[in-house]
Design a protein around this ligand. Structure first.
Ligand SMILES: [Zn+2]
Length: 432
């Protein structure tokens, strides 16, 4: 089953999202019209109101991708009715700013007029975030607001920390014991992943499945305390078996020393609280939704115990207490949303050394079109003949636009929806 379709009443009040099949029926019967193509939304032409149930928006913020899931309580249980993976453009922002900084520095090093020293005169407002992280926060806030206008959303749940320090309560000291499969066990695992940098403590392997390892083996009286735990890859774990660590690492005294030192040092609380994730949580709260904050350990437990595969939107659906039992229809596909930005403010392009190249841009809008607009291209001649629907990749002042690599004159384009800073794919094809 696919994402449900957003439904607005004739007065634009958000109603319960309906199935694509029902949306098709309503559209064919003339009782509804397409309101927006992306994300697909219909508007009822006759009904001004309808019954709604509270929907929860759930978010799993990540550095590159944020998972979003809308969950509703149905008679058959809590169900995911709409999901999306939102891809941020942090790296693009970062590299653009890095380039700009390099150009500026190069310019200053050239033979130029005298400039008075200017430093120590910058201030940063409280809550400042680097632009690439700020974009992530703004993306999530923006989409939450958008969803609020499309569906009767009553609450939000956000994963803001990797592991729950509250649940662990100073894990190294109070001795939360590790038990596979329990919530505290999952929190401990996330804690260890952070503490040991997601690598095998013995061989340094990365991006392999890591197992929780007892430094002093349990068979030799080692405890389940966090200070006696580390992470090891399968081969290392098996090779070590129940040997004492001194024997296992006989030939590598420096590794032994490092592991013993690291095991004794508790991880600072700060490691769990990622500034961006926290800012995202606060941003969601600021749109006026009752918001709950949850840990990654809980998300993982919910996902693993329900046997779901890993994906950003599935993680989002499994966030928090309400994620312990949530139905995801088999074969459900999430919408892919890519943050594209709303174009540059820069008028003059430059080469890789920062020197002006080409002619300055004369207009952001040409014949009412702008880069990023969703349009329909109807072409009767040439190798582009046919009907194409998509995002306009480029507009040119001379009146030719590019869509799906077809370079065609403006008169062949029809505007379907204005650019909103995002590119949507895998959404329902328009029924007409
Ligand atoms: Zn290893």
């Amino acid at each position: 089953m696919n994402n449900r379709v957003f439904v607005l009443s004739s007065t634009k009040k958000p109603l319960m999202p309906c199935t694509p099949a029902r949306a098709r029926k309503l559209l064919h019967a003339g009782r509804a019209a397409i309101y927006r193509r992306q994300p697909f939304t219909i508007i009822l032409l006759e009904r001004a109101a309808g019954d709604t149930q509270p929907i929860e928006v759930k978010l799993d913020p990540g550095s590159k991708t944020t998972g979003i899931a809308l969950v509703a309580d149905f008679l058959c249980g809590r169900t995911v009715i709409w999901a999306a993976n939102l891809h941020h453009r942090g790296q693009a922002i970062r590299s653009a700013l890095t380039d700009r900084r390099a150009f500026r520095r190069g310019r200053r090093a050239r033979k130029t007029r005298y400039r008075a020293p200017r430093f120590l005169n910058r201030t940063r407002l409280a809550g400042w975030l680097p632009p690439s992280l700020r974009a992530r926060v703004d993306n999530v806030r923006h989409l939450t607001t958008k969803l609020q206008a499309r569906a009767p959303i009553a609450s939000a749940a956000v994963e803001t920390v990797r592991f729950d320090t509250q649940a662990l309560q100073n894990p190294e000291i109070s001795g939360v014991e590790y038990q596979q499969g329990e919530l505290a066990g999952y929190e401990v695992r996330e804690y260890l992943l952070e503490k040991w940098n997601r690598t095998c403590a013995y061989c340094g392997a990365r991006d392999v499945p890591l197992e929780v390892e007892h430094i002093v083996p349990r068979s030799r009286g080692g405890s389940d305390r966090v200070s006696n735990l580390t992470l090891a890859c399968r081969p290392c774990n098996e090779r070590k078996g129940s040997q004492p660590i001194e024997e296992f690492l006989k030939g590598k005294p420096e590794v032994l020393r490092r592991i013993q030192a690291q095991a004794r040092t508790p991880l600072k609380d700060a490691a769990a609280v990622n500034a961006t994730r926290y800012a995202i949580g606060e941003a969601v709260k600021s749109v006026g939704l009752p918001t709950t904050f949850w840990s990654g350990g809980r998300t993982k437990k919910n996902r693993v115990t329900q046997g779901y595969v890993k994906d950003h939107w599935i993680d989002a659906a499994c966030v928090g207490e309400s994620g312990a039992a949530v139905r995801i229809a088999s074969g459900m596909q999430a919408l892919t949303i890519k943050a594209t930005g709303r174009g540059r403010r820069r008028v003059q392009g430059n080469d890789r050394f920062g020197f002006p190249r080409g002619t300055p841009r004369s207009a952001k809008r040409v014949h009412g079109f702008q880069t990023g607009d969703l349009a329909k291209l109807t072409c009767t001649t040439g190798k582009s003949a046919g009907v194409h629907v998509g995002r306009i990749a480029a507009i040119r002042a001379r009146g030719w636009f590019v869509l799906n690599k077809h370079d065609r004159p403006a008169r062949e384009f029809r505007l379907l929806q204005r650019a909103d800073g995002y590119d949507y794919t895998n959404d329902q094809p328009s029924p007409s």
